[in-house]
Design a protein around this ligand. Structure first.
Ligand code: FAD
Ligand code: NAI
Length: 474
């Protein structure tokens, strides 16, 4: 049961909100978290990071069983796909993890308020949050010294196109298809498009990705983008780049996508059983009552905050996807910790340059810090060291040799400025560079650190040595 007055009420139980609530409670603040979807964990645990990674893992095993195991001398008479079991396993993983957050709330004494939260009064030291339980139940008005808005984001729609989550789907529908489509058109060659496109391609769909820009994965280093496109093409994903989607029409079976060159030219129609719309996400603030409280939002709807994540209204903070920047779960979590700690007088900081982005295709793609293009644009002199996985003994033993590690370091001080990886477990490998960047490490520091053998991580050490033109195995 909740009490009527709190130190902090967090609205939204995603990675930003639940982590903020747990940290605040650990620091002794009387804390509640309001969540309307009926389960904690937000987009990430329910319809994002976790179910997508469960399907990426299962579909990777399926493809390995079909195409790689024979090379290792493991032969099957017949590999069968049981999509129902694959989906049930994914749902089970989600349930276990979302319930795990409920357990953590109990353990840390965070009150979990089920329902839709809105800020109904903004009064310094005594803000009011109203929680309306789903459908039935009486609305509850609660006062709190501080409010943290952590309401996340939602799918950006394609104008004029209705998402039915069966034939024309967002990522949410793409995580729940009942059968493998023969053909799939993915609109948007961003992270969701490539991850979900990979899942369904591995399970048997013929996948075409239509992208407005001339390249895939817009924020990544250009060399990585180009190489990754080639690798995905080798895996039979087709790309139509520099192409604008002008409409999607559902038919009796499947849908037709109208596409024309972004620079103008002849239009064409592509038919597909399923069309996935993955053109980005936008902030979600519906029903929060921001207009009434005077909390400012940007032209694009993001809640505006200062360096301490405080909005223009004192005692009202915002974190995670709803404030924009990198739309990543771990970025939202770190912002949650910063707000909770700041409220108790601590002085935490967040360094966006050392936050890695990972794309969970196979091989994975990971990037941290600056890209070569950003360094050139900023006129920063840098050195670059690159090491391919074909020259890494563990990658050879595993049979996963696509990709490379590239390290960028300051030309004079040797300080790490960025790292870009295509490769097996790239998301794990990049973390040593993230830590290095957080502590202002040099490329030489990484190169002189003894890395266990035989490990994929030796490729990171060799790339660091390559910055000084002295790799050993190349
Ligand atoms: P959210 O997770 O969106 O949580 C906000 C919560 O607030 C929601 O549960 C919502 O129901 C609730 N809410 C909203 N309004 C109210 C209200 N008025 N009252 C009560 N509750 C409310 N990121 C990664 O880092 N790694 C990944 O691998 C990854 N994979 C992804 C895959 C997909 C398919 C998608 C869609 C996203 C993925 N992301 C990934 C992005 C990640 O999910 C988000 O960056 C992250 O969830 C943002 O956390 P958040 O707490 O800001 O918001
Ligand atoms: P995105 O921003 O990554 O990519 C969207 C792509 O769609 C861009 O390349 C854009 O140029 C293109 N596009 C936009 N309009 C278009 C149009 N009309 N026609 C053709 N192409 C068009 O967005 P995405 O993939 O939807 O993901 C949303 C967010 O979710 C990302 O910001 C990402 O941070 C997060 N996410 C993170 C994951 C991870 O960390 N592994 C996994 C999945 C999502």
């Amino acid at each position: 049961m909740s009490d009527s007055s709190y130190d902090v009420i967090v609205i939204g139980g995603g990675p930003g909100g639940y982590v903020c609530a747990i940290r605040a409670a650990q620091l002794g603040l009387k804390t509640a978290c309001v969540e309307s979807r009926g389960a904690l964990g937000g987009t990430c645990l329910n319809v994002g990071c976790i179910p997508s990674k469960a399907l990426l893992q299962s579909s990777h095993f399926y493809e390995e069983a079909n195409e790689q195991f024979a090379d290792h001398g493991i032969k099957f008479a017949d590999v069968k796909l049981d999509l129902k079991t694959m989906m049930a396993r994914k749902d089970d993983v989600v349930t276990q993890l979302t319930q795990g957050i409920e357990f953590l709330f109990k353990k840390n004494k965070v009150d979990y308020l089920k329902g839709k939260g809105s800020i109904t009064k903004a009064e310094l030291g005594a803000h009011e949050v109203t929680v309306k339980p789903d459908g039935k139940g009486k609305a509850q008005k609660i006062t709190t010294k501080n409010v943290v808005i952590a309401t996340g984001s939602e799918v950006t729609p394609l104008p004029g196109v209705e998402i039915d989550e069966k034939t024309i789907v967002s990522s949410t529908g793409a995580l729940n298809l009942k059968k493998v489509p023969k053909s799939m058109v993915v609109i948007g060659a961003g992270v969701i498009g490539l991850e979900m496109g990979s899942v369904w391609r591995r399970l048997g769909a013929d996948v075409t990705v239509v992208e407005y820009l001339d390249f895939i994965l817009p924020p990544m280093d250009a060399e990585v983008r180009k190489n990754m496109q080639r690798i995905l093409e080798k895996q039979s994903i087709k790309f139509k780049l520099g192409s604008k989607v002008t409409g999607v029409k559902a038919a009796k079976t499947g849908a037709t996508v109208s596409v024309e060159p972004a620079a103008g030219g002849k239009a064409e129609n592509i038919k597909a059983d399923v069309v996935l719309i993955a053109i980005g996400r936008r902030p979600f603030t519906d029903g929060l009552g921001l207009e009434k409280t005077g909390v400012k939002v940007s032209d694009r709807g993001f809640v505006e905050v200062d360096d301490h994540f405080q909005t223009n209204v004192e005692g009202i903070f915002a974190i995670g996807d709803v404030i924009g920047g990198m739309m990543l779960a771990h970025k939202a979590e770190d912002e949650g910790v910063v707000v909770a700690e700041s409220l108790t007088g601590l002085t935490p900081h967040i360094n966006y340059d050392s936050i890695a982005s990972v794309v969970y295709t196979w091989p994975e793609v990971a990037g941290v810090g600056k890209t070569e293009e950003q360094l050139k644009d900023a006129g920063i002199k840098y050195k670059s060291g690159k090491f391919p996985f074909t020259a890494n003994s563990r990658a050879r033993a595993n049979g996963d040799t696509d990709g490379f590690v590239k390290i960028l370091a300051d030309a004079e001080s040797d300080e790490l400025l960025g790292c870009h990886i295509i490769g097996p477990a790239a998301g794990d490998l990049i973390m040593e560079v993230s830590v290095g960047m957080e502590f202002t490490t040099s490329a030489e520091d990484i190169g002189r650190t003894c890395h266990a053998h035989p490990q994929l991580g030796e490729a990171v050490k060799e790339a660091a040595l390559a910055v000084h033109k002295r790799p050993i195995h190349m």
